[in-house]
Design a protein around this ligand. Structure first.
Ligand SMILES: Nc1ncnc2c1ncn2[C@@H]1O[C@H](COP(=O)(O)OP(=O)(O)OP(=O)(O)O)[C@@H](O)[C@H]1O
Ligand SMILES: [Mg+2]
Length: 546
């Protein structure tokens, strides 16, 4: 479960003497304990090794098993909290005689010295020397880090391994074990810990803890059990809140539920429904993978983000938001580490949707930021191509022509989200007015008449501009002491006060249509004809990808 010791043995047996393990900080202790137990107790004598642990605070310690810190090894008196001293000590051991016991060094805290902005050329040099020397010795080195990247100079010297987070079946086992242990300890104190969850509830509980380390799952279950003295739906909500806060502190957000049902995107809705069945496990029996992603291109406020949220609702999947602008940190290597953390979060809760808003701004081809965008793009493309987790990438772009063709090619589907036509605007007015409770006091015939008039009077309005008209009418009615009671005239006044953004300034909109229609032979003909008509754009969602 979890950490795979066989991977370490495989590398060591293949003559690779230095291994780096990417493991969440919360799992550090258990990784050390598992490795120590393996090399001190499980392996039989010829392969058994002395295990030494180093970190900047406690320096070098010989471990005696369990979590206890042991003694300082002989001859390491000079080994301080500075990594160079440790590396020199390992080097001296490698060149020593063969009577030195075979030693396995587990080293924390060294990555900040070899990767990222504060990397030290001196430490890098000494580590290289150590890696060369270890290859000719019987000693081995394991470096621990949390989401950092092994610098390219160590490519042939250090093997990278990953400590995966528990998958669904592992998480189920952890949850069951932990609940049983909590119930035992409640009983021993003459208390009880009832679990009021049916099979579905248990599944939801397990889904809630996905994305956490084993240690975090244990902690969170203990926390809710002590707080509520039972495990039920409330515990699941509490765990979801804790998880979201945890992710938020790492810059990872979950998208909120859609405010309204998206209107005027029949082709997208139909496609989403059709693809939804591929999420069923039986699809895998037929080797049909879930589509990797889609790109929604279009002007601001046309409902692209809303479209993704509604798609997630149709599929019943959570959305992890990847905010590329937050991700682009100047510090060399930090952006990639952040990107990895977000992708890992999405994979941990898969099946899930990874939402990348405005990728053209971040992954466009001509960025002048010292190569950060191209490194991020490279990393993302590689993951996008190679991953086989059920993470669906939903990206949006205002200027898709800025994206590299190799990125666009990876999306299973690309859609152009145009301005809404009359029926779409009618639908948007309806859902927005229902949301602000503006249709409750008028009869259905009048409502129909209003919706007809409003949608006819709003050519070139985006969905967001319609939302604003409705919002302002609702605010005015409320401020006038008549909540929910506006008039058609008042709404028409709001409309006339607004100059829709794309009425005059439609260069980019035209370019988007041009880009969509010239890009693919299977452009929906019906829609493409209508799209050339002013104000009557037909199905506002035009599928041009296949
Ligand atoms: N097609 C639509 N159906 C219903 N509501 C819509 C639609 N389009 C826009 N809206 C309303 O406008 C709001 C903003 O739209 P949204 O954020 O999805 O636009 P966007 O295309 O993502 O814009 P941007 O490019 O600026 O991110 C939505 O939350 C919704 O209330
Ligand atoms: Mg958006």
């Amino acid at each position: 479960m979890g950490f795979n010791l066989a991977d370490i043995h495989a590398r060591f047996n293949a003559g690779i003497s230095t291994v780096a393990i990417d493991s969440p900080t919360g799992a550090e202790q258990s990784v050390v304990a598992q490795i120590t137990n393996e090399f001190l107790n499980v392996l039989s004598p010829p392969r058994r090794m002395r295990v030494l642990l180093w970190d900047t605070a406690r320096q070098l310690q010989v471990l005696s098993g369990g979590n206890d810190y042991g003694s300082t090894p002989d001859g390491s008196a000079g080994t301080s909290g500075a990594p160079v001293d440790l590396l020199k000590y390992i080097l001296s051991l490698c060149s020593g005689d063969s009577s030195t016991p075979k030693s396995l060094f587990i080293v924390k805290d060294v990555y900040p010295y070899i990767s990222g902005a504060s990397a030290s050329p001196t430490v890098i040099r000494w580590l290289k020397e150590v890696c060369y020397a270890l290859k000719r010795s019987q000693h081995r080195l394991i470096l621990l880090h949390d989401g950092e990247q092994t610098p390219i100079v160590f490519q042939d010297l250090i093997a990278d391994l990953k400590h995966p987070l528990p998958d669904e079946s592992e998480a189920t086992a952890i949850v069951q074990r932990r609940i049983a242990a909590l119930q035992d300890s409640a009983r021993s104190q003459r208390q009880s810990l009832p679990v009021n969850l049916d099979d579905d509830g248990m599944k939801r509980l397990v889904r809630a803890v996905l994305g956490m380390t084993q240690e975090a799952i244990d902690d969170v279950l203990q926390l809710v059990a002590i707080a509520d003295r039972r495990i039920d739906d409330r515990s699941i909500e509490a765990i979801n809140r804790i998880k979201q806060q945890r992710y938020a502190s790492q810059g990872i957000e979950y998208a909120q539920a859609p405010d309204v049902e998206v209107q005027g995107m029949p082709i997208l809705s139909e496609w989403a429904t059709r693809m939804g069945c591929l999420l069923e496990p039986t699809a895998q029996d037929w080797n049909i993978p879930f589509p990797k992603g889609m790109l929604l291109a279009g002007e601001g406020g046309t409902g692209k983000t809303l479209g993704v949220k509604c798609l997630a609702k149709t599929w019943g999947l959570p959305i992890v938001v990847l905010d590329l602008s937050k991700l682009m940190q100047k510090e060399l290597g930090a952006s990639e580490a952040n990107l990895r953390a977000v992708i890992q979060a999405a994979e941990a809760i898969a099946p899930s949707i990874l939402m990348l808003d405005e990728i053209d701004k971040m992954l466009g081809s001509s960025e002048n930021d010292g190569g950060t965008s191209s490194r991020i793009l490279g990393y993302f493309l590689q993951w996008f191509q190679e991953h086989n987790s059920s993470v669906f990438v939903a990206a949006t772009a205002n200027e898709p022509w800025k994206l590299k063709p190799e990125l666009i090619r990876r999306f299973a589907k690309c859609f152009l989200v145009d301005l809404p036509d009359i029926p779409a605007r009618r639908g948007i007015f309806q859902v927005q007015m229902e949301r602000y409770r503006l249709l409750e006091t008028i009869g259905p015939d009048i409502a129909k008449d209003w919706l007809d008039r409003l949608s006819e009077q709003t050519p070139d309005f985006t969905g967001d501009e319609i939302r604003k008209v409705v919002h302002e009418s609702a605010v005015m009615a409320y401020a006038a002491g008549q909540p929910g009671q506006t008039t058609l005239e008042a709404m028409l006044v709001e409309i006339n006060l607004k100059e829709p953004q794309f009425r005059r300034n439609n260069q980019r909109l035209l370019a988007l249509r041009e880009w969509a229609s010239s890009g693919n032979a299977s452009f929906v003909r019906e829609a493409s004809q209508r799209i050339t008509h002013e104000q009557s754009l037909g199905d506002r969602l035009v599928n041009f990808a296949d």
